[in-house]
Design a protein around this ligand. Structure first.
Ligand code: SF4
Ligand code: SF4
Length: 336
């Protein structure tokens, strides 16, 4: 199987996007060299990583509550894993040992946060599928950040795709993700993971830990009352359906104006961001000024710039919107 055949198969199986990253590049350029999330740390034999994307259906971002997004996330992940498994099987049938790692797992020996053996965002960027947003999600031109990714690690030597050099994220002059963030976790092409987790992992690991620490210190009568707490229900539901344990907060995904799914179904309803505050506006203005003046910005240092898009923002979203509107007009003409 060559790269084209693998990509065709991925599309036939239902992947929305597919790209290929070379293991040599992923090994040489880990997201954080102090904690290398590299294929070689998993297996020294891996030559290529096939990266697939499943988009989150946009309807989930049009709801009054976050629950539909949480359920869709879980279903998207299951579907994506099945597609990845089938690709690994096909590569093995063709004589190339291949496997898939869990896209959302955490390696306990690394940092004490959600930190997997591989960073799927970086896999996607190295496979040419998108670049970092201000909130360091991967933004694809097709679906913005409303997606999940996983990688199939294979010993097949497949032609790798080149990363995009144009920044997909509009950047500081947009800052809509920053405005929408309920825990003010968005940094300048960075994220405060702990703050984000308070919303995105309401019933995640740290909540569970805190709950049981508090529980252990209470007298027996109060412990009994705590067992009827809403958080216990949240933990149970998280075990049962994953809901609440991660991917809980959709705000920065819902408001990002990249992608035709946004132009078609979200632009109107997400135009106003109720979470916007004067403090957040000042923060965004500070980011804009820092970039303009060439100040040192950790998220844009020499190591990270590769994943942000070294050529900077050149209007990809505006071009996309024009094209989208043109097609809408043509379609309306056809229907008349
Ligand atoms: S997921 Fe929610 S809390 Fe986390 S950065 Fe995005 S908007 Fe903020
Ligand atoms: S909302 Fe704007 S600033 Fe944030 S990631 Fe999307 S395009 Fe970039």
């Amino acid at each position: 199987m060559d790269a084209a055949a693998v990509k065709n198969l991925a599309k036939e199986l239902g992947a929305d996007l597919v790209g290929i990253a070379g293991a040599d590049i992923l090994n040489a350029l880990p997201p954080d060299p102090k904690f290398p999330q590299t294929p070689e740390r998993i297996s020294p034999h891996v030559k290529s990583v096939v990266v697939i994307v499943k988009r989150i259906p946009v309807g989930a971002f049009r709801c009054k509550t976050t629950v539909p997004v949480q359920y869709m996330d879980m279903m998207v992940l299951r579907r994506m894993d099945r597609i990845a498994y089938r690709i690994a099987e096909a590569l093995e049938r063709d004589g190339h040992p291949s496997f898939v790692t869990a896209g959302q797992e955490t390696d306990w020996s690394y940092k004490k946060a959600s930190y997997g053996r591989l960073s799927t965002r970086h896999l996607g960027i190295e496979a040419g599928l998108g670049t970092f947003g201000l909130e360091v999600n991967i933004l694809t031109p097709e679906f913005g950040p409303r997606l999940y990714l996983t990688g199939i690690l294979t010993e097949a030597e497949l032609d790798a795709d080149a990363p995009m050099s144009e920044q997909v994220c509009i950047g500081e002059s947009c800052s809509r993700c920053l405005y929408s963030c309920p825990s003010d976790a968005v940094r300048h092409f960075g994220i405060d993971k702990r703050n984000c987790a308070t919303e995105a992992q309401e019933f995640g690991f740290h909540t569970i830990l805190r709950f049981w620490e508090e529980y252990a210190q209470k007298p027996a009568a109060e412990q009994k009352a705590l067992l009827a707490d809403r958080e216990i229900f949240g933990f149970w539901q998280g075990l049962l359906r994953v809901v609440g344990s991660f991917g809980d907060c959709p705000r920065c995904l819902a408001v990002c104006p990249v992608g035709n799914d946004y132009h078609a179904h979200l632009a109107k309803m997400q135009k106003v961001i109720p979470e916007m505050t004067p403090e957040k506006k000042t923060k965004a203005a500070g980011f804009k000024e820092a970039r303009k003046s060439g100040a040192e910005i950790a998220g844009l240092n020499e190591w990270n710039l590769r994943w942000v898009g070294p050529d900077g923002y050149q209007g990809i979203v505006a071009r996309q919107l024009q094209e989208f509107k043109k097609r809408q007009k043509e379609r309306a003409g056809e229907e008349d």
